[in-house]
Design a protein around this ligand. Structure first.
Ligand SMILES: *Cc1c(COP(=O)(O)O)cnc(C)c1O
Length: 387
């Protein structure tokens, strides 16, 4: 039997998405037009945040967040080593130093480890909602309050998740979202920042577009003339286009459906693998109490040493069966750049390193069919029991 290659993730695009983009292509504004603001309004509704700034990636969002809280040389930010490089890179963009704190059993930054790393130079925590699960926000917030530091939430994975019945986006000082095609919703490339703090919002607005201000209320010289604008700080071009925002609006209306579908597939996996977990061959991802996950990933952990096989064996085996796997993540502190810059090494964050050793992400996306999930499950069983 010939199978199509199953990816580990992919976007879900329908007719309404395509029509929404075409409407903007026929309109006067491809960028800096009204669709951006409409997208920001819709994001406000979904996240319950007071202020939203749409940008062209979560990387830009994280950079803007570090800029807005004034990170500079000599400042430290504590973050998770189990993440995509961008959640540490944003600190370096602002000449600050990322300091890592090890994870808990679910892959989330452990507040007890964070506590050990806080000192006078610490300005913020960048917490990562690994695999779509909300971070341990309440515990982190207590630490932030005690030490007068900010909480930045890298929510690239968690749009559509809930924490104590609240949506992700208004829980931390600043929340950063990604709309890359593998994430909950997509705009091609794209991201957004949410905050309830007006002054942070204003800083990020400027930062998104060269540090330039046009609206009269914010100008230093208010009566120069109608052509007048001011560059007040150094900013970037981190703008999202109206074309992308149109896709975002259409996608956003489906976020609950997407998450529901992801959850139902995760549940099929969890039910099917229960006995392998009992035999201690696998560790399955679970939702923490008082939270729901956006199920960005299905991070399966395999006890490779116990079953006498390697992760590489598993990748090759699955690829032969037409299934692509992925690993989330290579610990950030073990990338050559950070080893050189921060003098980090193997053994520094043992829980993260163990997680990396065992973790593989199975295919999970809204259009994955039950039959395809069953094929993945069968392949896991065959790999563990026979190959
Ligand atoms: C995807 C991702 C990012 C970066 O998002 P972009 O929109 O691609 O810049 C940052 N952090 C995490 C945890 C991610 O998964």
């Amino acid at each position: 039997m010939i199978h199509t290659l199953l990816p580990y993730s992919k976007q879900t695009i329908d007719r309404a998405d395509i029509d929404s983009v075409i409407r903007v292509l026929k309109s006067p504004y491809l960028t800096q037009g009204p669709t951006i603001e409409l997208f920001e309004e819709k994001l406000k509704e979904k996240t319950s945040a007071k202020y939203v700034v749409a940008v062209n990636s979560a990387t830009a969002a994280l950079h803007a967040a570090c800029f807005a809280i004034g990170i500079d040389e000599g400042d430290e930010i504590i973050t998770s080593p189990l993440s995509f490089a961008a959640s540490a890179n944003c600190v370096v963009y602002c000449r600050g130093k990322p300091v890592f704190a090890d994870i808990d059993k679910d892959g989330l930054i452990d507040p007890n480890e964070v506590k050990k790393k806080i000192n006078k130079k610490t300005k913020a925590i960048v917490t990562v909602d690994y695999a779509g699960q909300p971070s341990r926000i309440n515990e982190l917030k207590i630490l932030c309050k005690q030490h007068g530091i900010y909480l930045i939430q890298d929510a690239a994975h968690s749009l559509g998740a809930t924490y104590y019945h609240k949506p992700i986006g208004s829980l931390s000082d600043i929340t950063c979202f990604s709309f890359h095609p593998v994430k909950t919703i997509t705009t091609g490339e794209g991201g957004a920042i949410t905050t309830n703090d007006r002054s942070i919002y204003e800083k990020i607005l400027k930062f998104r577009s060269h540090g330039i201000i046009k609206s009269k209320q914010y100008l230093y010289k208010k009566n120069e003339g109608p052509w007048y604008y001011e560059m007040q700080t150094l900013g970037y071009n981190y703008r999202l286009t109206d074309i992308q925002a149109a896709l975002g609006i259409s996608q956003l209306s489906k976020v609950e459906d997407f998450v529901k579908k992801r959850f139902s597939i995760a549940r099929i996996y969890n039910t099917s693998f229960k006995d392998l977990e009992k035999k201690e061959k696998l560790i399955l991802p679970k939702e923490r109490s008082k939270t729901t996950s956006a199920w960005h990933l299905y991070p399966l952990r395999v006890n490779f040493s116990y079953i006498g096989k390697t992760k590489k064996d598993m990748f090759i085996y699955f690829h032969k069966q037409g299934i692509n796997l992925q690993v989330h993540y290579i610990p950030i502190h073990l990338h050559p750049y950070y080893k050189k810059k921060l003098h980090t090494k193997i053994g520094d964050y043992p829980k993260t390193e163990m997680f990396y050793e065992q973790e593989i992400s199975l295919p999970l996306y809204p259009t994955l069919k039950d039959k395809e999930a069953e094929r993945v499950i069968k392949t896991v069983y065959n790999f563990i029991n026979n190959s």
